[in-house]
Design a protein around this ligand. Sequence first.
Ligand SMILES: C[S@@+](CC[C@H](N)C(=O)[O-])C[C@H]1O[C@@H](n2cnc3c(N)ncnc32)[C@H](O)[C@@H]1O
Length: 287
Amino acid sequence: MNARMERDLNREEFQRYHDVIYKIAGIHYPTEKLALLSNRIRKRLRATSTPSFDIYLARIQQAGEAVEQQAFLDSITTNETYFFRCQRHWDFFKTWIAQRAADATKRREPLRIWSAAASTGAEAFTILIVLHQVLGTGFGGVQVEVLGTDLSSQVLEEARRGAFRAYALAQTPPPIVKQYFTKNDKDDFLFDRTLARCVTFQRHNLMEPLLGGRMFDFVFLRNVMIYFDGPSRERVLRHMHAVMRPGSHLIVGESESLLSVKHSFQYVKPSIFVKPTGAPTAPRVTA
Ligand SMILES: C[S@@+](CC[C@H](N)C(=O)[O-])C[C@H]1O[C@@H](n2cnc3c(N)ncnc32)[C@H](O)[C@@H]1O
């Protein structure tokens, strides 16, 4: 990288990167984040010995540059996550499992839960812990499928390893850490191998519909819509709605209001929504 590239993006360069990121991932980088974005891209310029922001931008838009485009997306996403994030959500989920998990068995279908924007997997593994705590060994005979998806391939690789630093477990009660994790010689906490078999991690861009015909009973879509503007939020909510069973629940991040966003979910309580049974097809605006 050229010494001149120690500078930040200028306004025009920032706008060009903004538009490409928005087009691919629906992520809206506000101008206040210019320094952060510059920093993240500079790391890719260094890693690829690219002399300028413009040359790198042209490269990642070329057909045949899928690997570098993915490395770019990995670098511009924010992947903060930890186990038992927002206890109120897990309390709701616990009650929901106790009341609803048996429905899946009656339907003779797996209970399907989606951790959308899963990052390194702490949310998907928390789902498994809570299911295990409520339903017991073998999930009490309920067949369980947890799907964890993310735009970033790098975090998904970490999720598949199921190894976490102590930071990710800071909100987890010690008896749970003891029951579901083993510590290795690098001080990583390894998630229970048997339970981990119930989760599949898959790359998926929330701007696209999820294919495969699976219908979900519960969806966690937390702490990702903060990076989206109104139209991107509406798009992702439409995609979620399409793969959720009537009567299924959606949880969004605590700070993510759906106010002023068109969607077809019914408000249950702060950050918790339900897809109505006999759901209307036309979206409407609700809190
Ligand atoms: C802050 S983390 C949230 C992780 C977890 N849901 C939680 O609440 O702890 C946000 C994640 O969203 C992912 N993400 C951002 N844009 C995305 C998109 N368009 N499609 C899928 N995932 C996306 C990022 O890669 C990142 O891992």
